[in-house]
Write a protein that binds this ligand. Structure first.
Ligand SMILES: Cc1ncc(COP(=O)(O)O)c(C=O)c1O
Length: 375
């Protein structure tokens, strides 16, 4: 008997498969198709000849932990203990899964805001927790009254994703305050704050849980070097959590992964000495603006994108089809693969919205826009 009877092949695999079958330009899955920073390649190439090929300490390469602590201090003014409060993970996905296995017990309820990243629910189900999926409003704002009403004594965790995939939105100051109000009301409630796009924000920075005094003692915060440094295939990220929660998380991590790939840990540690993190945001802001400009002649309506490398577009003016059929037709007949937003919802909410990933070369974006103009 399956432990996850309702889990189907992900829409990302389906759309990428369709893209290759129809030779469509793949703006579906969230990964860059431009070259990695040459300096990171060089660091990695040189390191392969050094003594970096054996197991790392379980929590991570100490200089990397130290640099993450310094970065957290610089970015968010939070002092983190590199020895007890940081864990290097095999991507944010493993960090999320591990944190949930460690902290969620049978029957615990976990609130998930839809549209949501697809790993949350299976991770909760694998720990015999109960996912409670609550949809954002149709304009992707959060109805905190609904969230508060869903909380009760069995609610153990709320998962947020900020900056948000797929909508590209970031939480406002009043969102964060509303969240803090709820947590204050429920002393046992934990926050899992997925901040993998923390370095990809545009007109304004997101408000990290790292910067909120009221949240820190209850928060497990995850980030992804894969997203920040255009190296999604390296699968490396980290968790930050207070020591008491981290101790529990480490108990699971040590039997799941033990320690993350040594070469990538040392390479990233060295790279952090030279990389300018604010350049990542301006790089993607240019991509966002260029993609937007390219799509102006199309009949797609673009929604605001405040962070991440995803752009939501409404095709309501073009077709009444459901978004899955629309995306299939887009790939087959117009040569562009996108993700139907309904797949991020438990109840398949269809707002006639699709998601494009603009972490692509300008040539790719231009070719996609050319095809989309004929829609
Ligand atoms: C919201 C969100 N969280 C987590 C992840 C996973 O990150 P990683 O590749 O580091 O596991 C992704 C990747 O798409 C994501 O979009």
């Amino acid at each position: 008997m399956s432990k996850l009877p309702n889990v189907r092949p992900s829409i990302f695999s389906t759309m990428s498969q369709l893209a290759s079958e129809y030779h469509a330009i793949n703006l579906s899955q969230g990964f860059p198709n431009f070259p990695v920073d040459e300096r990171l390649i060089e660091i990695t190439a040189k390191l392969t000849h050094k003594n970096v090929h054996q197991y790392m300490p379980m929590a991570g390469y100490p200089p990397l932990l130290q640099k993450i602590a310094e970065l957290t201090e610089k970015q968010y003014n939070r002092t983190v203990d590199p020895n007890t409060e940081i864990l290097i993970t095999a991507g944010a996905t493993q960090g999320i899964f591990t944190a949930i296995q460690a902290l969620i017990k049978t029957g615990d309820e976990v609130l998930v805001l839809d549209p949501s990243y697809d790993s949350y629910e299976p991770s909760i189900l694998m720990s015999n927790g109960i996912p409670i999926r609550i949809s954002l409003e149709d304009d992707y704002t959060v109805n905190w009254t609904t969230i508060k009403q869903a909380c009760h004594s069995k609610t153990r965790m709320i998962i947020i994703n900020n900056p948000h995939n797929p909508t590209g939105r970031i939480f406002t100051q009043s969102d964060i305050e509303a969240l803090e109000g709820i947590l204050e009301h429920y002393p046992n409630l934990l926050l899992l704050s997925d901040e993998v796009y923390e370095y990809i924000t545009f007109e304004q920075k997101h408000i990290s849980a790292n910067s909120r005094e009221k949240l820190i003692s209850r928060s497990i915060i995850t980030s992804s070097f894969g997203k920040s440094f255009h190296i999604t295939g390296w699968k490396i990220g980290y968790l930050i959590a207070p020591e008491n929660l981290m101790n529990e998380i480490k108990k699971v991590h040590q039997f799941m992964v033990f320690s993350v790939n040594s070469l990538s840990q040392v390479a990233i540690s060295d790279y952090l000495d030279i990389v300018q993190l604010d350049e990542i945001a301006s790089f993607y802001q240019k991509k966002r603006d260029y993609f937007k400009q390219l799509l102006t002649p199309t009949r797609l309506e673009l929604l605001p994108c405040e962070g991440t490398y995803f752009q939501i577009a409404s095709y309501a003016a073009i077709s009444n089809e459901n978004d899955v059929d629309f995306c299939k037709r887009l790939a087959k007949n117009f040569g562009v693969a996108a993700i139907p937003n309904s797949t991020f919802y438990a109840d398949d909410t269809d707002l006639k919205h699709i998601r494009f990933c603009f972490a692509k070369t300008n040539e790719t974006l231009e070719a996609a826009a050319k095809n989309l103009t004929s829609l």
